[in-house]
Design a protein around this ligand. Structure first.
Ligand code: ADP
Ligand code: MG
Length: 262
C-alpha cells in the first residue's frame, strides 16, 4: 500500500533545550496498515507523533503527507485527513460525552458530509462502548471511560490517517482488545493507523509494522517479529525478557524475566 505520511531525518531540539529529543528519526505510515510505535518512556514517541501530526515543527527533517510537504497544508485540510489522539486527552469542562464526540465533526461543518454527523457520532459512541454514557459529563467519568470518549471523538473525525498515542493505556483487557480491533478495522478499510503501545505483545499480535524508538532515535523498523527480538528488547529496555512462540498462534510472546522462587 502507498505511503501516506512520512517523517524523514527528524531532529527536534525544543526551545531553550541543549539536547535534541529526536535525532534523525524516520517513520513511514502506509495505507491499509497498523503501525505500532514502541519504546521506553521518554524515547520521543509522543514528540514524533506531534511532528507527524504537524503540531510540532522539527528543527531538521521533512514530513510529507501524500508526497507533498505537510507544512503546506492548511489546518482545516489537515483536520479532514488526519486525526490525533493525544496522550493527554484533557477535556475537563463539563461537556457531555455526546458533545465531546460531536466536536470531532467540526472539520466537516458546512460540507456535504455534515449530513452524516448523527450516524457517525452514534457509531463512534457504540464502537468505543460509551453509548450508555452519552448524557454523562466528562468530569463524572472514570479514567478509562474518558479515554474511550477521547477515542470516539477522534474516530468521529472520519479521517483515513489516525495517530493514536497510547489509546489502550487506561483500559481494561476487553476494552484494550476492542481498541486494537478498531485500529485493525480502520486499516482494513484502507486507513493508515499509527499507534503508540507499551504492550509489546499487542504490537506483535496486531501490528503490520513496528518502529522501535529509543533515546530519540529510530532503532529498527519492519515486521514486528523482526524488530522485537529478545536481544533488542533487552538492550533498549534494559530488562531481561523471554520470547517464545505462542502455543496456538505461533506469534512471539514477550515476558519480563523474574527471579524464580520469588
Ligand atoms: P515518549 O512519548 O516516548 O514517552 P516524549 O516524546 O513525550 O516521550 O518525550 C521525549 C523526551 O523529551 C522526554 O525525556 C521528555 O521529557 C522530553 N521533552 C518533551 N518535550 C520537551 C520540551 N518541550 N522541552 C524539553 N524536553 C522535552
Ligand atoms: Mg508519550
Amino acid at each position: 500500500m502507498s505511503v501516506r505520511l512520512e517523517a524523514r531525518g527528524i531532529t527536534v531540539v525544543p526551545e531553550g533545550a541543549r539536547h535534541p529529543i529526536l535525532t534523525n528519526a524516520t517513520v513511514s505510515l502506509h495505507g491499509g496498515e497498523v503501525h505500532a510505535l514502541v519504546g521506553p518512556n521518554g524515547a520521543g514517541k509522543s514528540t514524533l507523533f506531534g511532528v507527524l501530526a504537524g503540531d510540532i515543527r522539527p528543527t531538521e527533517g521533512d514530513v510529507d503527507l501524500d508526497e507533498a510537504p505537510l507544512g503546506d497544508r492548511r489546518a482545516r485540510d489537515l483536520a479532514r485527513v488526519r486525526a490525533v489522539l493525544l496522550q493527554q486527552n484533557a477535556v475537563s469542562f463539563p461537556f457531555t460525552v455526546t458533545q465531546v464526540v460531536e466536536m470531532g465533526r467540526a472539520p466537516w461543518v458546512r460540507t456535504e458530509h455534515a449530513a452524516d454527523d448523527d450516524e457517525i457520532v452514534r457509531r463512534a459512541l457504540t464502537d468505543t462502548d460509551v453509548a450508555h454514557l452519552a448524557h454523562r459529563t466528562l468530569p463524572s467519568l472514570s479514567g478509562g471511560e474518558r479515554a474511550r470518549v477521547a477515542l470516539a471523538r477522534v474516530l468521529a473525525q472520519s479521517t483515513d490517517i489516525l495517530l493514536l498515542d497510547e489509546p489502550t493505556a487506561a483500559l481494561d483487557l476487553r476494552h484494550q482488545e476492542e481498541v486494537l480491533a478498531i485500529a485493525r478495522r480502520r486499516a482494513a478499510d484502507g486507513a493508515a493507523v499509527a499507534v503508540v503501545l507499551h504492550d509489546l505483545n499487542a504490537a506483535l499480535s496486531t501490528a503490520d509494522r513496528v518502529t522501535l524508538l529509543a533515546d530519540g532515535r529510530t532503532v529498527a523498523t519492519g515486521h514486528p517479529a523482526d524488530v522485537l527480538t529478545a536481544r533488542r528488547i533487552e538492550d533498549v529496555y534494559d530488562q531481561p525478557v523471554d520470547v517464545f512462540p505462542h502455543p496456538v498462534t505461533g506469534v512471539p510472546v514477550v515476558t519480563a524475566r523474574r527471579p524464580s522462587g520469588s
